[in-house]
Design a binder for this molecule. Structure first.
Ligand code: DLL
Length: 434
């Protein structure tokens, strides 16, 4: 293990001890929410289950689910299990599709969050010798604070750069000798492109050698690009406001799945239609239960994220916590065009095969007459003659056709044509009349 914060006792805990710990914590959580959260008391009564009925881990299936709408209905504080005077920090999701999911943290919740973040950062190579730049907006969004707390816990020097101002970000990296960056993969790709425009070669002119990115899906193609452009080891971090923020799982140096911290979260992968468990290595919806939270514990939260669990318990890195595949999509990301199901990640995986293509793109859905249509707009990495852009567009079209059997219109645009956001790139623009 290369870093100083590695917690052998927790991260290499044997399965039996981990199961016993999970059961103890699950029972305590079921009791807590039954006593303190009217929503859960009501749901558990409706299902005829009392906290004392949780005798083994498999009894988790007796407990009620929680969905995003339950949190919205309880907005802002109706799901809290701790009184507000015991809480010291509040975060919320962006809430573009309704009331923002709002979570308050007790000091204990912040400790746990910092701790899981420190583990994730350590797993990605962060040590106290690193200069760690955090190019994520500081605010209600959990991203920046999670990384900030975790990196400080590891003992790295944190540069709280905040979001945006790409040229300034690069300048800070040069001036401070930054070695490790966080954020969103698409923004890291954009930083790389901007560096090239400024005449910099990130792999040679900057000292950044590690990156931990999350908050939205990114394909292995995008990951490879960032790795190459920066000569950087790229790790993937998953998390959501409802659990704590970033810090639920990260991939180790084996890069074949993200270790999910089972001493704090219980994961189930369920068929989103039947809500029954799927087989190992089969894709389904990620359902998470918090087992150490005080402020807003959640039972069986339906994340809408799609992934699968790997069928290996012990990883070569020595950690025993279960691994899941990178989250490739959300159940609500998928769109249907001409009867074909399409995930944005399928389009991205094709785009990233073309070196002349930049990393910023969007998928526009529109309608002509009664027919749904899809147009892929992608930036070229460098300005190119119209003729070359047309040839490239046709090649991309063929590539997409081979993956999703649709032949969408493809437009290759000059660099900088599509708005670049720091977090949560909006990949799909749906212009179809409702
Ligand atoms: O995005 C927390 C976070 C910040 C994670 C920074 C990692 C890095 P929310 O805004 O609540 O929280 O959005 C959570 O983002 O349910 C997934 O759909 C998606 N997501 C998060 N991490 C990943 C990832 C933060 N590594 C939602 N891969 C989640 C794919 C991700 N999707």
């Amino acid at each position: 293990m290369k870093a100083s914060y590695f917690q052998r006792g927790s991260e290499q805990i044997d399965r039996k001890a981990l199961d016993a710990l999970q059961l103890r914590r699950l029972r305590a959580t079921a009791k807590l929410v039954y006593q303190k959260v009217p929503f859960y008391k009501g749901e558990m009564k409706r299902l005829g289950v009392a906290p004392g009925d949780i005798r083994r881990l498999s009894d988790i299936t007796k407990l009620p689910f929680t969905v995003k709408n339950d949190l919205r209905d309880a907005y802002p504080f109706g799901m809290m299990a701790a009184p507000l005077e015991k809480c010291v920090e509040l975060h919320a999701s962006s809430g573009t599709t309704g009331k923002p999911v709002t979570v308050c943290y007790t000091p204990h919740d912040l400790d746990v969050w910092s701790d899981v973040m420190a583990r994730c950062l350590t797993m990605s190579g962060l040590t106290k010798k690193d200069v760690f730049q955090n190019p994520i907006p500081y605010g209600l969004f959990t991203g920046a604070f999670g990384f900030h707390y975790g990196a400080q816990k590891v003992g790295a020097l944190v540069v709280p750069a905040g979001g945006g101002q790409t040229e300034r970000q690069l300048q800070l990296m040069m001036d401070y000798g930054v070695t490790f960056i966080s954020g969103v993969a698409s923004y890291a790709a954009h930083l790389g492109q901007k560096a090239a425009e400024m005449g910099l070669n990130p792999a040679k002119d900057l000292k950044v050698r590690n990156g931990l990115f999350g908050a939205e899906f990114f394909t292995s193609g995008l990951k490879e690009r960032i790795s190459e452009a920066w000569d950087m080891d790229v790790h993937d971090i998953y998390g959501l406001t409802e659990m704590c923020g970033p810090g639920v799982s990260t991939d180790c140096d084996m890069h074949d799945g993200l270790h999910l911290w089972e001493d704090h979260f219980i994961v189930e992968i369920l068929d989103p239609k039947t809500l029954e468990p799927v087989e190992a290595e089969e894709e389904g919806e990620v359902v998470l239960t918090t087992i150490t939270k005080e402020g807003m514990p959640l039972l069986r939260y339906r994340t809408r994220d799609i992934s699968f669990l790997l069928d290996t318990r012990k990883c070569e890195c020595g950690r025993t916590h279960v691994k899941h595949a990178p989250v490739k999509a959300r159940t609500d990301d998928m769109f249907i065009v001409k009867g074909t199901n399409v995930y944005p990640s399928q389009v991205e995986s094709v785009l990233m095969r073309f070196p002349a293509v930049g990393s910023n793109y969007r998928i526009v859905l529109y309608r002509t007459g009664l027919l749904d249509q899809m147009r892929v707009e992608v930036e070229a990495r460098r300005k190119m003659p119209d003729r070359d852009a047309e040839i490239l567009a046709r090649e991309i079209q063929d590539g997409i056709h081979s993956v999703v059997t649709l032949r969408p219109e493809v437009k290759v645009l000059p660099p900088g044509s599509i708005e670049q956001v720091t977090v949560k790139a909006k990949r799909v623009v749906d212009e179809r009349p409702k």
